[in-house]
Write a protein that binds this ligand. Structure first.
Ligand code: FMN
Length: 180
């Protein structure tokens, strides 16, 4: 399948970008075609009515239009969606055809905090539902990410590590069924 991964903060040492790279590797190892968007690819101008989307927004839109599923790996800022990622979503929600309706989405988050960014994912669910995207009920969250992600972005805590293949497989099989 063709899958898009979007996420991470804008800082170069982003835990979420590290987790995203690990998940991209896991998906590639399962012979899926992945396109990743992190860092500067997410530095879009603030959405403004009447302004045409720039090359970064158009690249994201084209990738999503050709994708069977989306993986979002999002930091949690103040229990919500970080501004740069919400801005990406807002741009994409104004572009035609909308890539969101019926799009299967896997939500993931990493945080140095004890909740692993889980509260931010609740905000993501509300936004995705509003656009008609299908966020699956399962999610990958990595608490204490400053201690529990290795250099390659793999979770080191056994419970979280065992969750990754289980949740990925569930997402892939649901996406295949929805998109067949
Ligand atoms: C403005 C701001 C708000 C934050 N709010 C939360 C929060 O609500 N919950 C949380 O777990 N971490 C919060 N954090 C800490 C982030 O989880 C932490 O900075 C994390 O490393 C961000 O992800 P990154 O490593 O991918 O940059 C916040 C950080 C910033 C800068």
């Amino acid at each position: 399948m063709r899958l898009v991964l979007i996420g991470g903060s804008l800082r170069s040492a982003s835990f979420n970008a590290r987790l995203l790279r690990h998940l991209a590797g896991e998906l590639t190892a399962r012979e899926h075609e992945v396109s990743t968007f992190t860092g500067d690819a997410l530095r879009l101008p603030l959405y403004e009515d009447g302004v045409e989307p720039g090359p970064e927004a158009r690249a994201l839109h084209a990738a999503l239009a050709g994708a069977q599923g989306l993986v979002i790996v999002s930091p949690e800022y103040n229990a919500g969606i970080p501004g740069h990622l919400k801005n990406v979503v807002d741009w994409l929600s104004t572009m035609k055809p909308s890539p969101w309706p019926g799009l299967p989405v896997l939500l993931c988050a990493a945080s140095p905090g004890a909740f692993g960014g889980a509260r931010g994912l609740m905000a993501w669910r509300a936004t995705l539902a509003n656009m008609g995207a299908l966020a699956i009920p399962e999610a990958i969250t990595v608490p204490h990410a400053d201690q529990q992600l290795n250099d390659q972005g793999a979770p080191t805590d056994p419970r979280t590590a065992s969750l990754v293949p289980k949740v990925l497989e569930g997402f892939l099989s649901l996406t295949a069924r929805l998109r067949s």
